[in-house]
Design a protein around this ligand. Structure first.
Ligand SMILES: [Zn+2]
Ligand SMILES: [Zn+2]
Length: 204
């Protein structure tokens, strides 16, 4: 009825047995690679079944191998072109770069402050790393209050302060940080927290 014979070849597949099923007649085949599969006979006839799947895998692998290189090359060529352009147009390049940075930091203000602080700390040669999100952590730990005067910390009026100032060898790390209100922070300046708190009448 369907004309498929045992021993017949369809691309990589050789029919080894016919599986009778009225609704869905299949054929057992052995692929050139050695796998045994049972495609629908209709798929063999119309050419959809050509292998156990090894053919498709080979094609995909070849495709990805041949396309990987050009993309890398394109990227590096584009980067190269951008670099040259930036050398010829330094002002504009800086503007574009700054604008991108600004857009990024507008989206992540706490991250911006963190990077700014890390840079300042690096510049004066302080050691240490602070956790990302330290401001939020401290805000919770201090229950939203200034570590010194206990006034409520308002948005835009919060200063992350090094308890022992960096210039006095304090570490740029979580344990050496506290949140102060702007007033307290400005009064404190670079003075040691202990001196400062004592000068404000706190006995530590
Ligand atoms: Zn195969
Ligand atoms: Zn305060």
């Amino acid at each position: 009825m369907n004309g498929i014979q045992i021993g017949q070849r369809f691309s990589r597949l050789t029919v080894t047995a016919l599986i009778s099923d009225k609704k869905n007649p299949k054929a057992q085949c052995i692929c050139d690679c050695g796998s045994i599969v049972t495609p629908q006979r209709g798929a063999l006839r119309n050419g959809r079944a050509k292998s156990c799947g090894c053919l498709r895998r080979e094609i995909l692998r070849e495709h990805s191998e041949s396309s990987r290189l050009p993309i890398e090359q394109l990227k590096s060529r584009r980067a190269e072109r951008d670099r040259k352009w930036a050398l010829l147009n330094p002002v504009r390049a800086r503007q574009i770069n700054n604008a991108a940075t600004r857009r990024h930091y507008a989206k992540y203000p706490e991250k911006a402050r963190e990077n700014c602080r890390a840079r300042r700390a690096r510049l004066i040669g302080a050691y240490g790393v602070i956790s990302s999100g330290i401001e939020t952590t401290l805000h919770e730990r201090q229950k939203g209050k200034c570590a010194c005067c206990k006034s409520r910390l308002k948005v835009g009026n919060v200063h992350l302060d090094h308890v022992k100032p960096l210039v006095k060898g304090g570490l740029h790390e979580d344990l050496n940080l506290q949140l102060l209100c702007a007033t307290c922070n400005l009064k404190k300046g670079a003075r040691d927290s202990v001196d400062f708190m004592q000068s404000r009448g706190f006995l530590l």
